[in-house]
Design a protein around this ligand. Sequence first.
Ligand code: HXC
Length: 255
Amino acid sequence: MAYLTMHDDGPVRIVRMAREDRLNALNLALVDELVAALEAADADVNVRAIVLTGGEKAFAAGADIGEMADATAVDMKLRDQFRAWDRIRGVHKPVIAAVKGFALGGGCELALACDLVIAGESAKFGQPEVKLGLMPGAGGTQWLARRLGKARALELLWLGDPITAREALSLGLINRVVPDEACVAHAVELGKRLAEMPPVALRCIKEAVYQAMDTAFADGLEAERNLFYLLFATEDAREGMRAFLERRKPEFQGR
Ligand code: HXC
């Protein structure tokens, strides 16, 4: 892993992008490493939640412009880089972004692709691709249109100006703003709380929420209902309900 560092804090895997001399510009190799790391964490039974973070100055300053500057449309089509991004969306376990500094372009899209976002006070979110004569390619138009509505989304995407952590919070784009020095620790604490929850229920809830963003309301309700029924097949649901009735703390096994 040339561009990432990883360590575990109990059940939480902390993945840090560490290409600091380029403000974590997301070259193809970094994204490949990131996908491999997230999928490995997803498959590891000892990991219950993932925290994705970057450096002090930048979470990630976007796609590596050097890798795209001379590329033709055909080069980009054949490069097919967004296949890797689809795999990020396919991670089942909770992924929490801990964002300090710049989260721009692909870096903002990466943060928005995480399930929850904890921002340090220094965080700046933006989609400046327009200033390069481009537009977002890793879901930015879709995430922002769905989460902010047309007017706010177009303003951010057309002008390309970054917004502060507090603005992102007030727009409902992120979950919490904390002092920079507490950012990763806060995300890890949240990960530890999620680690105490029944994993199959977390997974089904994630699936249902993403369905809600993707599908018509009636189809989303149908999917939610089916996932709800499915959870009655888990031992954790049995344990959770019994523990409530017996006034004790439940012990979830992930089955
Ligand atoms: C390649 C980058 C980079 C990037 C920064 N660097 N961002 N290299 N691609 N996206 C490099 C700089 O060239 C510089 O290298 C070093 O990192 C430090 O950056 P500076 O610009 O010197 O820092 P600063 O003046 O503090 O400005 C910070 C910044 C600026 C405002 C974040 O770096 C910036 O505007 N970066 C580009 C942001 C952007 O447009 N992102 C969207 C990319 S397109 P040297 O060698 O000079 O030290 C995109 C499309 C998404 O994301 C498609 C899906 C993936």
